[in-house]
Write a protein that binds this ligand. Structure first.
Ligand SMILES: Cc1cc2nc3c(=O)[nH]c(=O)nc-3n(C[C@H](O)[C@H](O)[C@H](O)COP(=O)(O)OP(=O)(O)OC[C@H]3O[C@@H](n4cnc5c(N)ncnc54)[C@H](O)[C@@H]3O)c2cc1C
Length: 439
């Protein structure tokens, strides 16, 4: 598998590579001029912002969404479209932090995030190539398998999740590549076309009366006791409440949102279509798959046979497409072994994730009138939509229970600043842990 189509000098900082997802550059007809007053202003036009705008507009609220570039410019139209039922946090860490009952509620929230997208597809007739595929969470070594088993036991026996543990012949029914020794499998996870989801969320938000604006970067957010003044490139909007939905693209806002989470790059290669035979051998039951390494790799096969293979071996949010394409191609060869012949890489692109220390998203108050949702740790497709719905319901009824980890006080933290400057060291530590795990 050789990367091609990109020169060594092309940089992918900010994720400017072109994703495989077809769709027009602009997915919405912009609303006319930005109003001067609204109930709620949303900053950022990815899944989080659009889902919040849709849910608020549907409940009759007056909502303005401001996106700095185009709708979906961030991770929302650059991801792999996995809509999986699990959180990023391990079951053992959730059990330790939340206990059995709250831990079960925590895991259910992620499970329900997938069903709420399914419900939305049905209710609003979304055209997003939705497919209930199931998912494999894969162990590549005996150490991985032991860790996977411990997490399976908690998820299955304590949190009562609809999952199975597979190894040996049962595993081979789902994956033909030789590099895997065990998996947690589910039948509930799904996959979708993220670019279409961006377009459809924008469509239904507009249909219910949201005011959606592209090319409208927010420059300043100033809160007073009576309202919030949001200054954007074309003027000012005053609102009772502001939702910051900028996730891994938060640094341009002067409210410290970049210090709730750590932004990391993730990259994907798309190959020329696999032969029908290779396709059948690699993922015979059509599940989406990911490894459980610190530097996880994830992969799925699209309808036309294109293999998407993503991940990274560094925490940097920039890099050279040719190098990253080579790195991902080598990782795929290593994982799949000789049994799977991979075709040429046709594209490579990337974007920014946002991570948190405990691998739990941050949803809640930054200050009295400013709310934030983000830090989905690579699981943001279903989670960001549910976070948007939870925030919209909270704005409507003041009820925190719509999300088990809603926080009244998300504060910028020094440790996040430090983590950013130590990124190369942290990255090297995770690489060495992964090497130990594979021995
Ligand atoms: C390569 C890659 C693969 C991934 N694969 C998956 C996957 O398969 N499954 C999964 O669950 N998750 C995946 N993710 C994560 C998922 O895509 C994100 O968690 C999710 O899209 C976050 O949505 P969001 O709306 O919060 O943020 P984003 O989509 O990043 O949107 C933030 C928006 O804020 C805007 N913005 C920033 N500053 C301002 C400002 N000052 N004014 C106005 N607007 C501003 C940006 O332009 C951007 O459009 C992946 C991410 C990447 C990068």
């Amino acid at each position: 598998m050789k990367p091609n189509g990109h020169t060594a000098s092309e940089r992918s900082d900010l994720g400017f590579g072109v994703p495989v997802w077809a769709g027009p550059a602009r997915v919405v007809t912009m609303s006319p001029a930005v109003p001067a007053v609204a109930d709620t202003v949303i900053i950022g036009g990815g899944f989080t912002g659009l889902a919040t705008a849709y849910a608020l507009a549907k409940s009759g609220r007056d909502v303005v969404l401001l996106e700095a570039r185009q709708i979906g410019f961030g991770a929302s139209s650059r991801n792999a479209g996995f809509c999986t039922i699990g959180p990023s946090a391990s079951a053992s860490s959730v059990l330790e932090a939340y206990g059995a009952e709250e831990g079960a509620r925590y895991f259910r929230w992620f499970l329900n995030a997938v069903s709420s997208i399914q419900k939305l597809v049905e209710e609003e007739c979304l055209d997003i190539d939705w497919r209930v595929s199931g998912r494999l969470s894969l162990a590549c070594s005996a150490r991985h398998a032991a860790r996977l088993r411990r997490n399976f036991d908690i998820q299955h026996d304590v949190f009562r999740l609809p999952i199975e543990f597979l190894d040996g012949a049962a595993l081979r029914e789902h994956i033909g590549a030789t590099g895997f020794v065990a998996a947690i499998s589910d039948r509930t996870s799904a996959c979708l076309n993220p670019r279409k989801l961006v377009g459809e969320l924008a469509r239904i938000a507009l249909k219910h009366g949201a005011s959606v604006h592209e090319d409208a970067p927010v420059i300043r957010v100033r809160e007073s006791s009576s309202d919030v003044e949001v200054t954007h490139e074309h003027g000012v909007v005053r609102a009772q409440c502001v939702v910051v939905a900028t996730n891994g693209y938060s640094e341009s806002l002067g409210i410290g949102a970049q210090h709730f989470t750590v932004p990391l790059g993730s990259f994907i290669v798309a190959t020329e279509p696999l032969s029908p035979d290779t396709r059948r051998r690699l993922l015979p039951t059509g599940k989406v798959a990911s490894t459980i390494s610190n530097y996880s790799n994830y992969f799925r096969i699209l309808e036309d046979g294109t293999l998407l293979f993503g991940g990274r071996k560094s925490l940097a949010s920039y890099g050279d497409f040719a190098d990253i394409g080579n790195e991902l191609a080598a990782a795929a060869r290593e994982l799949f072994g000789d049994a799977i012949e991979l075709p040429t890489v046709a594209r490579c692109w990337g974007g920014r994730l946002a991570f948190t220390r405990d691998r739990t998203p941050r949803i809640g108050h930054v200050s009295e009138r400013v709310l934030f949702a983000g830090g989905y740790c690579g699981h943001g497709v279903p989670t960001s939509v549910s976070a948007g719905f939870a925030l919209a319901r909270y704005i409507g009824d003041g009820e925190r229970a719509h999300c088990p980890f809603f926080s009244d006080t998300i504060r910028p933290s020094l440790s996040y600043r430090i983590a950013r400057s130590l990124m190369p060291l942290i990255g090297a530590y995770y690489r060495s842990e992964d090497r130990k795990d594979l021995k």
